[in-house]
Design a protein around this ligand. Structure first.
Ligand code: PMP
Length: 437
């Protein structure tokens, strides 16, 4: 249906065939298999600044950014140099290093929402530990999560809503004991009544409420400020803890993340992605009092062979140092807003049923007429066919988006005006094709 030839994927296809011998589905993380978009997955060979190159030599302007960590773009010289410098002294010691102090200081001194932090190796681990901490502190078992928020692949959180206002979750993966899902109550986003009902039904049993304050794993389901404030209040009233999972929003919508953006103090915050500068890092933080429950100070056990790994710390230090430069977020956010506004104006001028949602340097393309999409039920699954078409047209025009219509896009500091102009033109042309078909 397109007017451009498909990109060549010969080498990628060959690599994918080989990968299928080694990995389930040929990949090490499911979305990479391109199951919801056209064609064979692209095997990436190189990234530099705003650009990506695949194994066949196709060049793309990248808006996936490794799913969020690369806020400065690919292979930023400051990060690369710092990593190489630190690596000269060895890769891992399993013992404390000064680098951990340095990254923790950068985070804590510039973030009024946490006083102590613990580094992990992934976002999943950070969230898993934060939940354990909340349960340890409150001595309660049940947790509330929201349908459409993703918090990594721990058992307690791979749980989706059942039917009804307040439900025990149903596991959303095989291999999770039902008993785990029974401790997780799943409610809709933006639904105060459901949250109230859950607290009433399970009085003094709720350890915590966990939310992505900027839900960005199932579209971009921007919540109202007052809903987040309501969660803060109801947690206080019930002596439950509020956890903000800021693995995506942390250091993305501002240095202080969504907590700073909305000016709401959660009890525990989880981070990942950006704090590792592209290397594997997660973290969770809270007040001194709450964090004192973590082993070896307290009784909540949590550990990691590669936690606080010096090379990963080095990357994080280099990246966060850049983010702290004056005007960084203002410029990023302004640049993104101009980009998304002009896409929206184009779509509206053509009466396309298409909406761009945006916060900070995060954006999401939705094929919808709705002015707001705040719950996963509001997403029209059938519109994903249109995304699939758009994704193919964009690849053919040198633009790389994450391979699913439920994923958000990220603008990085490396995207130049020219990159964004080029991307806009490609997006306009792709929209024209999608809406002609
Ligand atoms: N929480 C959120 C909000 C996330 O977006 C993710 C990853 N996309 C995770 C947790 C899990 O992080 P990781 O993939 O590093 O385990």
């Amino acid at each position: 249906y397109g007017d451009k030839p498909d990109i060549i994927r010969e080498k990628s296809a060959e690599l994918y065939e080989r990968a299928k011998n080694y990995f389930p589905g040929g990949v090490n993380s499911p979305v990479r298999a391109f199951k919801s978009v056209y064609g064979t997955p692209l095997f990436i060979e190189k990234g530099d600044g705003s650009r990506l190159w695949d194994a066949d030599g196709n060049e793309f302007i990248d808006f996936c950014g490794s799913w969020g960590p690369l806020i400065l773009g690919h292979n930023h010289p400051k990060i690369r140099e710092k990593v190489i410098e630190v690596m000269q002294n060895g890769m891992s010691f399993g013992a404390p290093t000064a680098l951990e102090n340095e990254l923790a200081e950068l985070i804590i001194k510039n973030n009024k929402y946490i006083e102590k932090i613990r580094f992990t190796s992934s976002g999943t681990e950070a969230v898993m530990s934060a939940i354990r901490l909340a349960r340890g502190v409150t001595k309660r078992d049940k947790i509330i999560k929201f349908e459409g928020c993703y918090h990594g692949h721990t058992d307690a959180l791979l749980v989706k809503a059942g039917s009804g206002l307040v439900t025990f979750g149903e596991t959303s993966s095989a291999g999770i004991p039902k008993a785990y899902a029974d401790e997780t109550i799943v409610v809709s986003l933006n639904d105060k009544e459901a949250v109230k009902a859950a607290f009433e039904q399970f009085k003094e049993q709720i350890a915590c409420v966990i939310i992505e304050p900027v839900p960005a794993n199932n579209g971009l389901l921007l919540q109202n400020q007052d809903f987040l404030e309501f969660l803060r209040e109801i947690c206080d009233q019930n002596c439950s803890l509020l956890i903000f999972d800021e693995v995506i929003s942390g250091f993305r919508v501002g240095f202080e993340g969504a907590a700073g953006f909305y000016n709401i103090k959660p009890d525990i915050i989880t981070y990942g992605k950006i704090i590792g500068g592209g290397l594997p890092v997660g973290a969770y933080g809270a007040s001194n009092g709450i964090m004192s429950n973590i082993s070896p100070e307290g009784g909540v056990y949590q550990a990691g062979t590669l936690s606080g790994n010096p090379v990963a710390m080095a990357a994080g230090i280099a990246q966060l140092t850049e983010l702290l430069k004056s005007g960084f977020y203002k410029e990023m956010n302004q640049k993104t807003l101009e980009f998304t506004d002009s896409i929206q104006r184009y779509a509206t001028s053509k009466s396309y049923k298409f909406k761009v949602f945006q916060i900070g340097s995060i954006f999401w393309f939705a094929f919808t007429e709705k002015e707001k999409i705040q719950t996963s039920e509001d997403i029209d699954a059938s519109s994903m066919e249109k995304f699939k078409m758009m994704h193919r047209e964009l690849l053919n025009r040198g633009i790389y988006l994450g391979p699913s219509g439920y994923e958000v896009g990220f603008v990085s500091a490396a995207h130049s005006k020219i990159d964004l102009e080029k991307a806009k033109r490609a997006i306009f042309e792709s929209l024209d094709i999608v809406f002609k078909n």
